[in-house]
Design a protein around this ligand. Structure first.
Ligand code: SF4
Ligand code: SF4
Length: 463
């Protein structure tokens, strides 16, 4: 296995303060089981899972409580034993709402309750298992991308007919400020990553493997070099320059193998690539070799007002209030709480929101770290154009959305915006450009969905 420097540099990008020193030395720490879990049916991209339990049911750890509900969907399993107190609509980190199972984990198991063991998955020997058995395991373990987007992994690992995966890329860039969960996974679980790579190579028919890590994580690179030292085949670590948004799927593909993913709806597989977050790779290894479904994840809890920043292994459905309490609370009231990093994270208004399969971090920031500006008119300085890694004209898009001209924003290719926040970061007029882009994209998606529904209704009427 070789370690090489990336030969390809994408256009644009920015250098925010990383502030990773707050949590990077903190080993992954499992937290005690909270008394209440809030397990969302919408922890992934695509259709939310269909809830199949009701208040009064007693469920066991690992039991399916939400069924996969479509091609782009995954199942949801209970992350602990407990009594279903309620099934109700709850707010998620990004502001959307979805059904959630509220679980009382302190309730004793009723007499005659099914044993927890009956919901455990059998360990599989990946060497002798077939590709179909391995894929089925990824599906039944409820695995989706854990880096942020939450794309169902079973779909990613099943290229459509005529498409072949030539490169499997492991995303260990973790370029978002403050976040260190992936860094700790690479440092502490490199052996499990190797098992995950072997399994995925078998499923995907033996692609070359590129493990992409930013140059500011030399300890993680060393741990991977050690764990993968004698692995067979075409496997390389690609050391990426420190540049945000190096962790974006498209930019990582370019930085590692020099291929360009065309505009949506094109996907990485259209250029022969599959990208998976390092945490997802470990989840695949554990689901296959240990029979462990995806029931918990590592989340960084950090920020300048957290008493003791940590990288916490918490059951899915852990409320943000329990996470911060496990860190000793805050030294002063935060002025902003973010789910995710400071570039792409969502400001949250309630600590009753709970972790999902994609919760990489939770930040508590003081006034000293949160700059409050008033957005002003564009001064045409061009900084956002130079920063945009997607080659867009963010200034024009923001002006179009401000004028409520979504069609103009669409003509300016707003749908290719990856919402990285680089434009807002550099804008001297403090324009909320990323939010404008998000607004336009949501509006265009809603229009397309309405058009599809109308066409389907017309087709049904014509039958
Ligand atoms: S948020 Fe969108 S428009 Fe702004 S820099 Fe990123 S990709 Fe470009
Ligand atoms: S950075 Fe801000 S002020 Fe400068 S061109 Fe872009 S939107 Fe206008």
């Amino acid at each position: 296995m070789k370690t090489v420097k990336s030969k390809f540099k994408f256009k644009g990008g920015v250098h925010p303060d990383y502030n990773k020193e707050l949590a990077r030395e903190k080993a992954i720490e499992p937290m005690p089981l909270p008394a209440e879990l809030v397990i969302s049916m919408s922890q992934h991209l695509g259709a939310p899972a269909k809830c199949i339990v009701k208040p009064g049911d007693y469920v066991r750890r690992g039991q399916i409580i939400g069924e996969r509900n479509g091609f782009i969907s995954v199942c949801v399993r209970a992350s602990a034993d407990g009594l279903v107190k309620a099934v109700e609509t709850r707010l998620g980190a990004s502001g959307g709402k979805a059904d959630a199972v509220i679980l009382d984990t302190t309730a004793p198991a009723p007499e005659g309750a099914v044993a927890a063991e009956s919901f455990a998955l059998d360990p599989l020997d990946w060497r002798s298992a077939t590709k179909e058995e391995l894929l089925k395991r990824v599906e039944e373990a409820g695995i989706c991308g854990m880096g942020g987007a939450g794309f169902p992994t079973v779909v990613k690992l099943s290229p459509p007919p005529g498409k072949r995966c030539e490169y499997l890329i492991l995303n260990g860039a973790e370029c978002e400020p403050y976040l260190t969960a992936d860094f700790r996974v690479m440092l502490e679980r490199a052996e499990r990553m190797r098992v995950g790579v072997e399994i995925m190579r078998k499923i995907l028919g033996g692609p070359a493997v590129r493990i992409a890590v930013e140059a500011n994580k030399p300890e993680a690179i060393a741990a991977i070099e050690k764990a993968f030292a004698d692995i067979d085949g075409n496997v390389e670590i690609t050391v990426l320059p420190v540049l945000y948004p190096q962790g974006s799927e498209k930019h990582q593909i370019y930085a590692t193998v020099g291929r360009v993913v065309p505009e949506p709806p094109a996907l990485p597989i259209d250029v022969g690539c599959v990208v998976e977050n390092v945490g997802t790779v470990v989840a695949i290894a554990d689901a296959v070799e240990k029979g462990e479904a995806l029931l918990s994840r590592v989340t960084t809890v950090s920020g300048d007002v957290v008493t003791e920043p940590k990288n916490i292994l918490a059951p899915l459905g852990t409320k943000y209030s329990d996470l911060v309490e496990f860190c000793g609370g805050t030294k002063e009231p935060p002025v902003k709480v973010l789910s995710g990093g400071t570039m792409m994270g969502f400001a949250v208004s309630s600590l009753d929101i709970a972790t999902t399969k994609t919760t990489s971090g939770l930040l508590f920031l003081s006034k000293r770290r949160v700059f409050q500006y008033t957005s002003e008119a564009c001064i045409n300085c061009g900084r956002c154009l130079r920063a945009c890694p997607m080659n867009l004209n963010p200034a024009d898009i923001s002006k179009a959305v401000e004028a409520d001209d979504i069609a103009d924003a669409e003509r300016a290719h707003v749908m290719t915006c990856i919402e990285c926040g680089a434009c807002s970061f550099v804008c001297p007029a403090h324009r909320t450009i990323t939010q404008f882009c998000r607004r336009a994209k949501n509006s265009i998606r809603a229009r397309i969905a309405a058009e599809k529904a109308k066409a389907a209704a017309a087709a049904a009427k014509g039958k």
